[in-house]
Write a protein that binds this ligand. Structure first.
Ligand SMILES: Cc1cc2nc3c(=O)[nH]c(=O)nc-3n(C[C@H](O)[C@H](O)[C@H](O)COP(=O)(O)O)c2cc1C
Length: 362
């Protein structure tokens, strides 16, 4: 795949192309973190500082990247993270992302703030989808969303808990970012136009969002568990104690994440927080991780530290912006191929061969 005569060989090429393609405010929404973007950078630099410990003379003539996750068979351990407002990046929004996900075989976790309603995405899907939920200020509104997505066959529910209030999204604010005409939070349209189409940041540095609960505590998670008959995954933890509480509440999976550096600035890289959570969880539920994954070696490092799978956010949005479904599929294929190359070069034929022994200990 090429754009303006330049080959798109790696995720970084897609990032450059997205910057050249997108309107400035959409690009700032996509790329920005919060405050000084220190956690965004940390998510990357920790991967770059980690060294690998290859093994020679292992039979890698057959590589197997398949896994079972939340009752689904996946061909490889890279999922599409929930991200909002895909109509900013392509006129067909999440439907176009779905086409790319299906073409590449990647599992798509659709977002609460999608610009196409979950039922519409699900009715176009030929494979299971999961749905990311933001708990709403009123429980009956959360329940209505949950009932709708379960009714549309949602395979797993992922509740994001790391943004009870807004962070200082200064890059967005400076760029004048707002939801364009024709784009709304379609899953929230039952709440009325004022909430479904509320500007992303109503009055600049508002602390509270009208469509995310600032008052949710662990008892709300227990309640959510009681009304969710499919796997329930918690997203946005960095602390082992909280992973323990999530398991106590009946969660079936934990996603270690700092929201791609978009929640609290100077939180550690997700990969830094991963080992302690893995140690505490002791295999009781799968632990996933996201944040800063741009290379197959990054995926490999996450798995070596005990993640069962990883998610990518910005990379597939670059693909969506640059070349629609084909771009999404190409980004996934790049990471999948790079992971296979890393496995071969590291002497790991199966995912279960990727252990902490493959990380260089100084
Ligand atoms: C543009 C954008 C929108 C996002 N929207 C959501 C969202 O609605 N819900 C959510 O749980 N996470 C959201 N995230 C966070 C992602 O799910 C994921 O944690 C993060 O993107 C991973 O980091 P990466 O972008 O470096 O891969 C968003 C991230 C980006 C970049």
């Amino acid at each position: 795949m090429e754009i303006n005569g330049k080959p798109l060989l790696m995720v970084h090429d897609f990032e450059q192309a997205a910057r050249d393609t997108l309107p400035h405010n959409a690009y700032e929404y996509l790329e920005g973190g919060v405050a000084d973007d220190l956690t965004v950078r940390e998510n990357r630099t920790v991967f770059d500082r980690m060294h690998l410990n290859p093994q020679a003379l292992v039979d890698v003539s057959k590589l197997d990247t398949s896994l079972d996750l939340f009752g689904m068979k996946l061909a490889f351990p890279v999922l599409l993270a929930p991200t909002g407002y895909h109509k900013l990046f392509h006129p067909d929004g999440e439907l176009e992302t779905l086409r790319g996900a299906e073409a590449s075989g990647a599992h798509f976790m659709t977002a609460c703030f999608s610009t196409v309603a979950y039922e519409e995405i699900a009715s176009a899907a030929t494979r299971p989808l999961s749905f990311q939920l933001y708990l709403q200020p009123h429980r009956e509104h959360t329940k209505a969303i949950v009932d709708t997505v379960l009714g549309a066959g949602c395979a797993a529910l992922c509740v994001t808990v790391d943004v009870p209030v807004n962070g200082p999204r200064d890059r967005e604010l400076r760029s004048g970012f707002g939801l364009p005409e024709g784009a709304e939070r379609s899953n929230l349209s039952f709440l009325g136009q004022s909430l479904a189409h509320a500007p992303h940041r109503p009055a600049g540095r508002d602390i509270y969002s009208p469509v995310r609960a600032p008052n949710a505590t662990w008892s709300e998670l227990q309640w959510l568990r009681s009304v969710t008959p499919v796997p329930l995954i918690i997203k946005g933890l960095l602390n082992p104690e909280e992973a323990e509480k999530a398991i106590d509440c009946g969660c079936d999976g934990v996603i270690v994440s700092n929201h791609g550096g978009r929640s609290i600035d100077t939180a550690p890289a997700a990969i830094t927080a991963l080992p302690r959570i893995v140690q505490r969880v002791r295999g009781r539920v799968p632990v996933l991780v996201d944040g800063g994954i741009r290379r197959g070696t990054d995926v490999f490092k996450c798995l070596a530290l005990g993640a069962k799978a990883v998610l990518i956010g910005r990379p597939y949005l670059y693909g969506l912006a640059v070349a629609g479904a084909a771009g999404v599929a190409r980004v996934v294929e790049i990471l999948r191929t790079e992971l296979e190359m890393a496995m071969g070069l590291m002497g790991c034929a199966r995912l279960s061969d990727i252990t902490a022994a493959r990380l260089w200990q100084p």
